[in-house]
Design a protein around this ligand. Structure first.
Ligand code: ARG
Length: 402
Protein backbone atom coordinates (compact mmCIF):
# COMPACT_ATOMS: atom_id res chain seq x y z
CA UNK A 1 0.00 0.00 0.00
CA UNK A 2 1.35 3.44 -0.84
CA UNK A 3 1.87 6.03 1.87
CA UNK A 4 -1.16 7.98 2.96
CA UNK A 5 -1.44 11.65 3.89
CA UNK A 6 -4.42 13.30 5.55
CA UNK A 7 -5.03 16.89 4.45
CA UNK A 8 -6.95 19.59 6.31
CA UNK A 9 -9.41 20.46 3.56
CA UNK A 10 -11.59 23.57 3.31
CA UNK A 11 -13.09 23.04 -0.13
CA UNK A 12 -11.42 26.20 -1.45
CA UNK A 13 -8.98 26.60 -4.33
CA UNK A 14 -5.73 26.13 -2.43
CA UNK A 15 -6.56 22.95 -0.56
CA UNK A 16 -8.39 21.49 -3.57
CA UNK A 17 -5.23 21.91 -5.63
CA UNK A 18 -3.16 20.63 -2.71
CA UNK A 19 -4.79 17.19 -3.04
CA UNK A 20 -3.26 16.59 -6.49
CA UNK A 21 -0.15 18.62 -5.77
CA UNK A 22 0.77 16.54 -2.73
CA UNK A 23 -0.01 13.31 -4.57
CA UNK A 24 2.28 14.30 -7.49
CA UNK A 25 5.08 15.61 -5.28
CA UNK A 26 5.16 12.69 -2.83
CA UNK A 27 3.51 9.74 -4.57
CA UNK A 28 1.22 9.35 -1.57
CA UNK A 29 -2.55 8.88 -1.46
CA UNK A 30 -4.40 11.87 -0.07
CA UNK A 31 -7.32 11.72 2.35
CA UNK A 32 -9.25 15.00 2.68
CA UNK A 33 -10.50 16.00 6.13
CA UNK A 34 -13.16 18.71 6.39
CA UNK A 35 -14.30 19.91 9.80
CA UNK A 36 -17.35 22.11 10.30
CA UNK A 37 -16.65 24.59 13.12
CA UNK A 38 -19.49 26.87 12.08
CA UNK A 39 -17.70 28.65 9.23
CA UNK A 40 -20.88 28.64 7.13
CA UNK A 41 -20.84 28.32 3.38
CA UNK A 42 -21.11 25.01 1.58
CA UNK A 43 -22.47 21.79 3.05
CA UNK A 44 -20.07 19.10 4.21
CA UNK A 45 -21.54 16.81 1.55
CA UNK A 46 -20.65 19.26 -1.24
CA UNK A 47 -17.14 19.65 0.15
CA UNK A 48 -16.72 15.90 0.48
CA UNK A 49 -17.74 15.31 -3.13
CA UNK A 50 -15.37 18.02 -4.36
CA UNK A 51 -12.47 16.44 -2.45
CA UNK A 52 -13.15 13.13 -4.17
CA UNK A 53 -13.50 14.86 -7.57
CA UNK A 54 -10.13 16.53 -6.99
CA UNK A 55 -8.46 13.15 -6.48
CA UNK A 56 -8.73 12.36 -2.78
CA UNK A 57 -8.92 8.61 -2.15
CA UNK A 58 -11.14 9.16 0.87
CA UNK A 59 -12.96 12.11 2.40
CA UNK A 60 -13.57 12.40 6.14
CA UNK A 61 -16.08 15.07 7.15
CA UNK A 62 -17.10 15.99 10.68
CA UNK A 63 -19.74 18.33 12.03
CA UNK A 64 -17.76 19.54 15.04
CA UNK A 65 -19.89 22.61 15.78
CA UNK A 66 -21.25 21.47 19.14
CA UNK A 67 -17.90 20.02 20.17
CA UNK A 68 -16.15 23.26 19.19
CA UNK A 69 -18.67 25.44 21.02
CA UNK A 70 -18.75 23.38 24.21
CA UNK A 71 -15.14 22.28 24.56
CA UNK A 72 -13.22 25.16 22.98
CA UNK A 73 -15.34 28.33 22.96
CA UNK A 74 -16.76 27.84 26.47
CA UNK A 75 -13.33 27.52 28.12
CA UNK A 76 -12.31 30.71 26.27
CA UNK A 77 -15.42 32.44 27.62
CA UNK A 78 -14.67 31.25 31.14
CA UNK A 79 -11.11 32.54 30.77
CA UNK A 80 -12.39 35.86 29.30
CA UNK A 81 -9.76 35.17 26.68
CA UNK A 82 -8.73 38.26 24.74
CA UNK A 83 -5.26 38.20 23.19
CA UNK A 84 -3.62 41.62 23.47
CA UNK A 85 -6.76 42.66 25.37
CA UNK A 86 -8.73 42.58 22.11
CA UNK A 87 -8.75 39.39 20.05
CA UNK A 88 -11.04 36.56 21.20
CA UNK A 89 -8.80 33.81 19.75
CA UNK A 90 -11.17 32.90 16.94
CA UNK A 91 -8.72 31.01 14.70
CA UNK A 92 -6.49 29.92 17.56
CA UNK A 93 -9.42 28.06 19.14
CA UNK A 94 -10.45 26.16 16.03
CA UNK A 95 -7.01 24.69 15.27
CA UNK A 96 -6.93 22.22 18.15
CA UNK A 97 -10.36 20.77 17.34
CA UNK A 98 -9.33 20.40 13.70
CA UNK A 99 -6.11 18.75 14.86
CA UNK A 100 -8.11 16.21 16.87
CA UNK A 101 -10.05 15.23 13.77
CA UNK A 102 -6.93 15.16 11.58
CA UNK A 103 -5.26 12.74 13.97
CA UNK A 104 -8.45 10.64 14.25
CA UNK A 105 -8.63 10.48 10.44
CA UNK A 106 -4.94 9.56 10.20
CA UNK A 107 -5.57 6.64 12.57
CA UNK A 108 -8.75 5.56 10.80
CA UNK A 109 -7.15 5.50 7.34
CA UNK A 110 -3.63 4.46 8.30
CA UNK A 111 -1.92 7.71 7.31
CA UNK A 112 1.62 8.54 8.39
CA UNK A 113 1.60 12.25 7.56
CA UNK A 114 -0.71 15.20 8.19
CA UNK A 115 -0.88 18.17 5.87
CA UNK A 116 -2.37 21.66 6.08
CA UNK A 117 -2.65 24.68 3.78
CA UNK A 118 -0.91 27.25 5.97
CA UNK A 119 1.91 29.50 4.83
CA UNK A 120 5.24 29.71 6.63
CA UNK A 121 4.51 33.19 8.01
CA UNK A 122 1.59 32.70 10.33
CA UNK A 123 0.52 31.27 13.65
CA UNK A 124 -1.69 28.55 12.28
CA UNK A 125 1.15 26.35 10.97
CA UNK A 126 2.53 26.32 14.51
CA UNK A 127 -0.84 25.51 16.06
CA UNK A 128 -1.48 22.64 13.64
CA UNK A 129 1.95 21.10 13.90
CA UNK A 130 2.48 21.48 17.64
CA UNK A 131 -0.98 19.95 18.12
CA UNK A 132 -0.28 17.07 15.76
CA UNK A 133 3.11 16.39 17.33
CA UNK A 134 1.44 16.24 20.72
CA UNK A 135 -1.53 14.03 19.85
CA UNK A 136 0.29 11.90 17.30
CA UNK A 137 4.02 11.95 18.05
CA UNK A 138 4.64 9.40 15.30
CA UNK A 139 2.97 11.53 12.60
CA UNK A 140 4.91 13.72 10.19
CA UNK A 141 3.71 17.13 8.98
CA UNK A 142 3.87 18.70 5.57
CA UNK A 143 2.54 22.03 4.31
CA UNK A 144 2.36 22.27 0.48
CA UNK A 145 2.29 26.07 0.38
CA UNK A 146 5.33 26.28 2.64
CA UNK A 147 7.21 23.05 1.82
CA UNK A 148 6.18 22.14 -1.74
CA UNK A 149 6.23 25.60 -3.35
CA UNK A 150 2.51 25.72 -4.03
CA UNK A 151 1.89 29.41 -4.79
CA UNK A 152 -1.45 31.00 -5.62
CA UNK A 153 -0.56 31.39 -9.32
CA UNK A 154 0.59 27.77 -9.55
CA UNK A 155 -2.61 26.69 -7.83
CA UNK A 156 -4.76 28.47 -10.43
CA UNK A 157 -2.67 27.07 -13.30
CA UNK A 158 -2.85 23.55 -11.81
CA UNK A 159 -6.63 23.75 -11.32
CA UNK A 160 -7.12 24.85 -14.93
CA UNK A 161 -4.71 22.29 -16.38
CA UNK A 162 -6.36 19.41 -14.46
CA UNK A 163 -9.86 20.77 -14.96
CA UNK A 164 -10.58 20.66 -11.23
CA UNK A 165 -14.19 21.43 -10.32
CA UNK A 166 -13.40 24.71 -8.57
CA UNK A 167 -13.84 28.36 -9.42
CA UNK A 168 -10.46 29.99 -10.06
CA UNK A 169 -11.55 33.34 -11.44
CA UNK A 170 -13.20 35.00 -8.47
CA UNK A 171 -10.41 36.76 -6.67
CA UNK A 172 -11.21 37.50 -3.08
CA UNK A 173 -8.82 40.23 -1.94
CA UNK A 174 -8.89 38.99 1.65
CA UNK A 175 -7.67 35.97 3.54
CA UNK A 176 -10.59 34.95 5.73
CA UNK A 177 -10.90 32.42 8.51
CA UNK A 178 -14.29 31.99 10.14
CA UNK A 179 -16.03 29.85 12.71
CA UNK A 180 -18.92 30.24 15.11
CA UNK A 181 -16.76 32.19 17.61
CA UNK A 182 -15.91 34.86 15.04
CA UNK A 183 -14.33 35.84 11.76
CA UNK A 184 -10.81 36.98 10.89
CA UNK A 185 -10.00 39.05 7.81
CA UNK A 186 -6.54 40.00 6.63
CA UNK A 187 -4.38 40.91 3.60
CA UNK A 188 -5.26 43.03 0.57
CA UNK A 189 -5.61 46.77 1.12
CA UNK A 190 -5.83 46.13 4.89
CA UNK A 191 -2.04 45.58 4.83
CA UNK A 192 -1.71 49.36 4.66
CA UNK A 193 -2.48 49.95 8.31
CA UNK A 194 -3.69 53.49 7.66
CA UNK A 195 -6.50 52.20 5.41
CA UNK A 196 -9.81 51.93 7.19
CA UNK A 197 -11.90 48.79 6.72
CA UNK A 198 -14.59 49.12 4.05
CA UNK A 199 -18.13 47.81 4.65
CA UNK A 200 -17.51 44.70 2.50
CA UNK A 201 -14.96 43.45 5.05
CA UNK A 202 -17.77 42.58 7.47
CA UNK A 203 -20.17 39.67 7.35
CA UNK A 204 -21.13 38.83 10.94
CA UNK A 205 -21.90 42.42 11.94
CA UNK A 206 -24.03 45.28 10.63
CA UNK A 207 -22.97 48.91 10.78
CA UNK A 208 -23.15 49.93 14.47
CA UNK A 209 -24.52 53.30 13.31
CA UNK A 210 -27.42 51.70 11.44
CA UNK A 211 -29.83 53.27 13.92
CA UNK A 212 -31.89 50.16 14.72
CA UNK A 213 -33.62 50.01 18.09
CA UNK A 214 -31.87 48.59 21.16
CA UNK A 215 -32.31 44.91 21.97
CA UNK A 216 -32.58 43.86 25.62
CA UNK A 217 -31.40 40.36 26.43
CA UNK A 218 -31.17 38.28 29.62
CA UNK A 219 -28.46 35.64 29.63
CA UNK A 220 -28.53 32.90 32.25
CA UNK A 221 -25.24 31.26 33.19
CA UNK A 222 -24.53 28.08 35.07
CA UNK A 223 -20.95 27.69 36.29
CA UNK A 224 -19.66 30.15 33.73
CA UNK A 225 -21.54 28.72 30.76
CA UNK A 226 -24.64 30.30 29.16
CA UNK A 227 -27.58 27.93 29.57
CA UNK A 228 -30.58 30.11 28.67
CA UNK A 229 -31.33 33.27 26.70
CA UNK A 230 -34.45 35.22 27.66
CA UNK A 231 -35.49 32.19 29.69
CA UNK A 232 -35.23 29.75 26.80
CA UNK A 233 -32.72 26.92 27.34
CA UNK A 234 -29.78 26.90 24.90
CA UNK A 235 -26.76 24.74 24.20
CA UNK A 236 -23.39 26.51 24.04
CA UNK A 237 -23.61 26.45 20.24
CA UNK A 238 -27.12 27.93 20.26
CA UNK A 239 -26.06 30.61 22.75
CA UNK A 240 -23.21 31.73 20.50
CA UNK A 241 -25.35 31.57 17.36
CA UNK A 242 -28.19 33.56 18.86
CA UNK A 243 -25.84 36.20 20.26
CA UNK A 244 -24.01 36.35 16.92
CA UNK A 245 -27.32 37.20 15.34
CA UNK A 246 -28.55 39.70 17.92
CA UNK A 247 -25.27 41.39 18.83
CA UNK A 248 -24.21 41.23 15.16
CA UNK A 249 -27.33 43.17 14.13
CA UNK A 250 -26.18 45.92 16.53
CA UNK A 251 -22.63 46.02 15.15
CA UNK A 252 -21.11 44.69 18.37
CA UNK A 253 -17.71 42.98 18.33
CA UNK A 254 -15.80 44.66 15.52
CA UNK A 255 -12.07 44.67 16.21
CA UNK A 256 -9.27 46.28 14.18
CA UNK A 257 -5.77 45.72 15.56
CA UNK A 258 -2.12 45.36 14.74
CA UNK A 259 -1.27 42.07 16.34
CA UNK A 260 1.95 40.42 17.49
CA UNK A 261 2.20 37.04 15.81
CA UNK A 262 4.08 34.20 17.42
CA UNK A 263 6.55 34.22 14.52
CA UNK A 264 7.61 37.79 15.32
CA UNK A 265 5.68 39.62 12.62
CA UNK A 266 3.24 42.41 13.39
CA UNK A 267 0.14 42.04 11.26
CA UNK A 268 -3.07 43.99 10.79
CA UNK A 269 -6.20 42.01 11.52
CA UNK A 270 -9.87 42.76 11.37
CA UNK A 271 -12.09 40.55 13.50
CA UNK A 272 -15.77 40.41 14.14
CA UNK A 273 -17.03 38.34 17.03
CA UNK A 274 -20.41 39.69 18.09
CA UNK A 275 -21.57 36.68 20.09
CA UNK A 276 -18.22 36.11 21.75
CA UNK A 277 -17.79 39.74 22.78
CA UNK A 278 -21.35 40.10 24.10
CA UNK A 279 -21.19 36.82 26.02
CA UNK A 280 -17.83 37.79 27.47
CA UNK A 281 -19.17 41.16 28.67
CA UNK A 282 -22.00 39.34 30.42
CA UNK A 283 -19.73 36.64 31.85
CA UNK A 284 -17.20 39.14 33.16
CA UNK A 285 -19.91 41.06 35.01
CA UNK A 286 -21.37 37.91 36.52
CA UNK A 287 -17.87 37.09 37.78
CA UNK A 288 -17.72 40.55 39.33
CA UNK A 289 -20.78 39.61 41.36
CA UNK A 290 -19.87 36.04 42.28
CA UNK A 291 -16.08 35.62 42.41
CA UNK A 292 -14.17 36.62 45.55
CA UNK A 293 -11.79 39.55 45.16
CA UNK A 294 -8.40 37.85 45.48
CA UNK A 295 -9.50 34.89 43.40
CA UNK A 296 -10.78 37.28 40.72
CA UNK A 297 -7.52 39.21 40.65
CA UNK A 298 -5.43 36.10 40.32
CA UNK A 299 -7.79 34.66 37.73
CA UNK A 300 -7.12 37.64 35.51
CA UNK A 301 -3.44 36.75 35.42
CA UNK A 302 -4.23 33.08 34.84
CA UNK A 303 -6.68 33.96 32.07
CA UNK A 304 -4.10 36.08 30.34
CA UNK A 305 -1.49 33.33 30.46
CA UNK A 306 -4.11 30.81 29.26
CA UNK A 307 -4.88 33.12 26.33
CA UNK A 308 -1.21 33.45 25.38
CA UNK A 309 -0.74 29.69 25.51
CA UNK A 310 -3.75 29.11 23.27
CA UNK A 311 -2.66 31.85 20.87
CA UNK A 312 0.79 30.28 20.75
CA UNK A 313 -0.51 26.84 19.79
CA UNK A 314 -0.09 25.24 23.24
CA UNK A 315 -3.69 24.02 23.62
CA UNK A 316 -2.58 20.49 24.48
CA UNK A 317 0.26 21.53 26.80
CA UNK A 318 0.53 20.54 30.47
CA UNK A 319 0.52 24.16 31.63
CA UNK A 320 -2.66 24.90 29.71
CA UNK A 321 -4.27 21.81 31.32
CA UNK A 322 -3.25 22.98 34.78
CA UNK A 323 -4.62 26.46 34.18
CA UNK A 324 -7.88 24.88 32.95
CA UNK A 325 -8.23 23.21 36.35
CA UNK A 326 -7.78 26.55 38.10
CA UNK A 327 -10.23 28.40 35.86
CA UNK A 328 -12.74 25.59 36.18
CA UNK A 329 -12.61 25.87 39.96
CA UNK A 330 -13.27 29.62 39.82
CA UNK A 331 -16.47 29.06 37.85
CA UNK A 332 -18.22 27.05 40.59
CA UNK A 333 -20.38 30.02 41.65
CA UNK A 334 -20.58 31.90 38.33
CA UNK A 335 -24.28 31.23 37.96
CA UNK A 336 -27.15 33.66 37.56
CA UNK A 337 -28.67 36.17 35.17
CA UNK A 338 -27.20 39.15 33.37
CA UNK A 339 -29.41 41.66 31.62
CA UNK A 340 -27.81 43.62 28.79
CA UNK A 341 -28.73 46.29 26.32
CA UNK A 342 -27.39 45.55 22.87
CA UNK A 343 -27.22 48.79 20.96
CA UNK A 344 -25.12 50.79 18.52
CA UNK A 345 -21.99 48.65 18.76
CA UNK A 346 -22.09 48.16 22.52
CA UNK A 347 -23.26 45.45 24.88
CA UNK A 348 -24.02 47.25 28.14
CA UNK A 349 -24.87 45.37 31.30
CA UNK A 350 -27.91 46.86 33.06
CA UNK A 351 -28.76 44.24 35.68
CA UNK A 352 -27.48 41.16 37.49
CA UNK A 353 -28.96 38.62 39.89
CA UNK A 354 -27.50 35.45 41.33
CA UNK A 355 -28.20 32.95 44.09
CA UNK A 356 -24.44 32.73 44.63
CA UNK A 357 -23.93 36.50 44.69
CA UNK A 358 -21.31 37.97 47.02
CA UNK A 359 -22.96 41.36 46.75
CA UNK A 360 -24.39 42.12 50.20
CA UNK A 361 -26.90 44.94 50.09
CA UNK A 362 -26.63 45.54 53.83
CA UNK A 363 -22.86 45.91 53.62
CA UNK A 364 -22.99 48.12 50.53
CA UNK A 365 -25.87 50.42 51.30
CA UNK A 366 -25.50 54.02 52.44
CA UNK A 367 -29.17 54.01 53.41
CA UNK A 368 -31.01 52.38 56.30
CA UNK A 369 -30.17 48.72 56.68
CA UNK A 370 -26.42 49.44 56.87
CA UNK A 371 -24.80 46.64 58.90
CA UNK A 372 -21.20 47.72 58.26
CA UNK A 373 -19.38 48.95 61.35
CA UNK A 374 -17.47 51.95 59.99
CA UNK A 375 -15.31 52.25 63.11
CA UNK A 376 -13.39 49.15 61.97
CA UNK A 377 -11.96 51.10 59.03
CA UNK A 378 -9.59 53.33 61.05
CA UNK A 379 -7.53 50.48 62.50
CA UNK A 380 -7.51 48.66 59.19
CA UNK A 381 -6.11 51.67 57.34
CA UNK A 382 -3.45 52.21 60.03
CA UNK A 383 -2.14 48.66 59.57
CA UNK A 384 -2.59 48.62 55.81
CA UNK A 385 -0.36 51.68 55.41
CA UNK A 386 2.11 50.66 58.11
CA UNK A 387 4.95 49.23 55.99
CA UNK A 388 5.01 52.22 53.62
CA UNK A 389 4.89 54.58 56.59
CA UNK A 390 7.85 52.85 58.25
CA UNK A 391 9.87 52.89 55.01
CA UNK A 392 9.11 56.51 54.36
CA UNK A 393 10.23 57.38 57.88
CA UNK A 394 13.56 55.64 57.17
CA UNK A 395 13.95 57.52 53.83
CA UNK A 396 13.35 60.91 55.45
CA UNK A 397 15.73 60.12 58.30
CA UNK A 398 18.57 59.18 55.91
CA UNK A 399 17.89 62.16 53.60
CA UNK A 400 18.32 64.43 56.57
CA UNK A 401 21.62 62.66 57.33
CA UNK A 402 20.62 61.48 60.77
N1 ARG B 1 -4.09 36.33 13.27
C1 ARG B 1 -5.11 35.45 13.71
C2 ARG B 1 -4.54 34.30 14.49
O1 ARG B 1 -3.40 34.04 14.36
C3 ARG B 1 -6.02 35.01 12.62
C4 ARG B 1 -5.44 34.22 11.50
C5 ARG B 1 -6.54 33.87 10.60
N2 ARG B 1 -6.18 33.37 9.34
C6 ARG B 1 -6.61 33.93 8.19
N3 ARG B 1 -6.36 33.29 7.10
N4 ARG B 1 -7.23 35.05 8.15
O2 ARG B 1 -5.20 33.65 15.24
Amino acid sequence: MSERIVLAYSGGLDTSVAIGWIAEATGAEVIAVAVDVGQGGESLETIRQRALDCGAVEAYVADARDEFAAEYCMPALQANALYMDSYPLVSALSRPVIVKHLVAAARQFGATTVSHGCTGKGNDQVRFEVGIQTLGPDLKCIAPVRDLALTRDKAIAFAEEKNLPIVTTKKNPFSIDANVWGRAVETGFLEDIWNGPTPDVYEYTSDPASGIAADEVVITFKEGVPVAIDGKPVTPLQAIEEMNRRAGAQGIGRIDIVEDRLVGIKSREIYEAPGAMALMAAHRELENVTVEREQARFKKTVGQRWTELVYDGQWFSPLKNSLDAFIDDTQKYVSGDIRMDLHAGRATVTGRRSESSLYDFNLATYDTGDTFDQSMARGFIELFGMSSKVASGRDQRLAEGK
